[in-house]
Write a protein that binds this ligand. Structure first.
Ligand code: THG
Length: 373
């Protein structure tokens, strides 16, 4: 292929953009109408840094939808099937959001930052438009905006040492998904123990975009002794860990039960929420597809997951592979995707029509089993 994607004002830039360019970012995707760094040239090397060391990621594309006002809690509860009665300031929650058909339209991390103020740290869809429309139609008293907040993730087994080096040892006590405010020099941050990997780590929510460059430098310096390198959400590790990539793995009919998020749907709630009646019927009838892993035969796959690959059961279409890559720890090509429920049992053998030809694949549970090194 011999083309580029045009840089235009319509596609927004992160406060860390100039730093990522200076660091040699070589591959962008788009996400929430922004450039999103996905590699600095060697995604396998970045994978190993994430598994064994520590990496820093510009994930400012995880935009915040801030909802504040007297009806903020009510709106949030109406937006998500998850029961948030026990939510408190300082504890984050993963809150899938569905439309009235029970289709997942976003899977944000929710932070209650104050009594009447919530941030939805969103995946790639225009949740702000949805939330504003729902709030207006329901006459909820809320303000909804996209604040100047941009997450920087520090992920990997050595991430805690990096964050402690500049923020202090108190961060070691932060529980999973817990967060607190912090000032680094004069840079306002929210520090959370979270991130889109299963290797452990933190997210620094930068609350003043003009200080992005300085924050990048400070984290880079603090991480020097631990060998920090720039990286990005890693497609190999996320597949191994079974983390959902909304929009890649989901389509216009994907419900939470299909993608192993049924535990976040509380049909027993007394109050109504968007999608409740659809999800009740889906639960009663049982799901027809399931999100699974695939162990895919063939030489190490080097390409990108530009399209979904068709999965066949004999001659019949049985599902798709939404992303695939070579896993250095499993020593096989792996993929994830939705498959007919009758084939979702680990061990089922199917055919995959991949970019480089037709091959066989074995269905695997998620997360994948990682052999001991
Ligand atoms: N961090 C922040 N915002 C985000 C993401 C993030 N917004 C977009 C995207 N990622 C949202 N998607 C996910 C998907 C999975 C998880 C977090 C965000 C996740 N899941 C854990 C799991 O599946 O094991 C924990 C779920 C739980 O038990 O609560 O971490 O990464 N700020």
């Amino acid at each position: 292929m011999n083309f580029n994607i045009a840089l235009s004002a319509r596609i927004r830039k992160s406060p860390f953009f100039d730093k990522t360019v200076a660091e040699g970012v070589s591959l962008f995707s788009t996400y929430n109408h922004m450039y999103m760094p996905v590699s600095y040239g060697d995604r396998i090397a970045e994978y190993w840094h994430l598994i064994n060391g520590v990496t820093m990621w510009d994930v400012a594309v995880e935009r915040q939808v801030a909802i504040e006002g007297p009806d903020a809690e009510q709106l949030i509860q109406y937006l998500t099937p998850r029961d948030l009665k026990k939510l408190v300031v300082g504890k984050g929650k993963y809150v899938p959001i569905c439309d009235c058909r029970g289709t997942i339209i976003n899977d944000p991390v929710l932070l209650q930052v104050n009594q009447d103020e919530y941030w939805l740290s969103i995946a790639d869809s225009d949740l702000l438009l949805w939330a504003r429309a729902i709030a207006a139609e329901k006459n909820f008293k809320v303000n909804i905006c996209e604040p100047d907040v941009s997450p920087l993730a520090v992920q990997g087994p050595k991430a805690e040492a990096v964050i402690a080096a500049f923020a202090g040892d108190w961060i070691r006590e932060l529980g999973y998904f817990d967060f607190a405010s912090f000032e680094l020099e004069d840079i306002p941050l929210v520090i959370a123990r979270s991130g889109w990997s299963k290797q452990g780590g933190f997210e620094l929510y930068l609350c003043d975009g003009s200080k992005g460059g300085r924050l990048w430098e400070l984290v880079r310096e603090a991480g020097q002794p631990m060998g920090i390198v720039p990286g990005a959400p890693n497609h190999i590790e996320r597949m191994e860990s079974g983390l959902l990539s909304m929009g890649s793995d989901t389509d216009d009919w994907t419900n939470p039960y299909e993608v192993n998020l049924g535990k976040f749907v509380s049909l027993s709630r007394e109050d109504d929420f968007i999608g409740k009646s659809a999800l009740t019927i889906i639960k009663k009838n049982g799901i027809k597809r399931r999100f699974v892993g695939y162990l895919i035969a063939g030489d190490p796959y080097q390409g990108s997951s530009e399209h979904r690959w068709t999965v066949l059961d004999g001659k019949d279409k049985a599902g798709f592979v939404s992303a695939a890559a070579w896993s250095p720890r499993i020593q096989s090509n792996i993929g994830v995707g939705l498959i007919d429920q009758k084939l979702a049992t680990p061990g089922s053998v199917v055919t995959v029509e991949g970019t480089s030809g037709t091959t066989s694949a074995t269905v695997s549970a998620l997360p994948f089993d990682i052999p001991a090194p």
